[in-house]
Design a protein around this ligand. Structure first.
Ligand code: ZN
Ligand code: ZN
Length: 283
């Protein structure tokens, strides 16, 4: 299990590597543009070289690129859909240049048009984005908490999307511990986790599972509330993270923290708690 954090890129990508090293990350996730705007990424070739070299010398890999929050792959035809696909393709291209292992994206919201319609639109948008994206960069669809009209909180929905691409090896899934729990899947007991992963296996296939987002949850089971909490301080608690971190499937994957604050102190503390949960010593 390689542990890391989502790291801010203000000041440039090479700054992000410094922050990751300072925190003791073994893996990293970054945005390549402002996550609250549609502006295209402005990373420079020099930035890319420095980032790759920093990750190499810092022993940081794999690298994940997270798409912006505005992306809505479930939007109806129109400007938002077009911008979302273009933004996703831009992220896939940036990921290829950064030597990233995968792009992670949320699916978006059907805006009241229904889950079935939302899933149908996501399939079409993903198809177009993959067609326009460079080969060799995997795209991970993230499980969502199911707040509002968001798509992707039910494994059945993710399964339907993945099954629409039987020959597409680039398509995978990211398991967010807060989102899965808030969406209504029990993971606090060994039995609960086994049942949840069996369900994911049936719908999506565990071979498609490539990344864990490790977040405690402020919302309760099935609350559909997307509020992250520090490891051990939410409704999941340390006991749950011990069960998760020792599971034979999950422990083989990279784990990325997306906990609040994102200060050095908090990130180091949350990483320490995950290591403790996994039965590993300090780094
Ligand atoms: Zn996440
Ligand atoms: Zn979240």
């Amino acid at each position: 299990m390689r542990l890391g954090c989502h790291i801010q890129i203000s000041g440039g990508l090479s700054k992000a590597v410094d922050r990751a090293v300072e925190r003791g990350c073994e893996t990293i996730q970054v945005f390549v543009s402002n996550p609250r705007g549609w502006k295209q990424s402005d990373i420079l070739p020099g930035d890319i070289d420095a980032f790759r070299e920093g990750c190499r010398s810092g022993g940081i890999e794999p690298v994940f690129v997270h798409t912006i929050y505005l992306i809505n792959l479930a939007a109806p035809e129109g400007e938002v859909r077009d911008r979302s696909i273009a933004s996703l393709v831009m992220n896939m291209e940036a990921a290829a240049r950064l030597g990233s292992s995968a792009v992670v994206t949320h699916l978006g919201s059907h805006g009241g048009d229904g889950e079935e319609e939302g899933v149908r639109r996501v399939i079409q948008a993903v198809r177009e984005a993959l067609r326009r994206s460079p080969e060799g960069v995997p795209l991970l669809l993230e499980t969502t908490a199911g707040s509002g009209n968001s798509v992707g909180h039910l494994f059945e929905q993710l399964g339907e999307i993945v099954r629409a691409f039987p020959d597409e090896e680039r398509l995978g899934v990211c398991f967010d511990t807060c989102h899965v729990f808030a969406a209504g899947y029990e993971i606090r007991t060994r039995k609960g986790l086994e049942d949840t992963l069996r369900k994911l296996d049936e719908e999506v296939g565990l071979e498609r599972l490539k990344l864990v987002h490790a977040n405690d949850s402020r919302g309760d089971l099935g609350s559909r509330v997307d509020r992250h909490e520090h490891i051990g301080e939410g409704r999941l608690g340390m006991e749950t993270f011990s069960i998760l971190a020792r599971h034979p499937v999950l422990r083989k994957l990279p784990w990325i923290l997306e906990t609040p604050e994102m200060t050095v102190e908090w990130d180091r503390e949350n990483l320490r708690r995950l290591r403790q949960a996994a039965g590993r010593g300090a780094r």
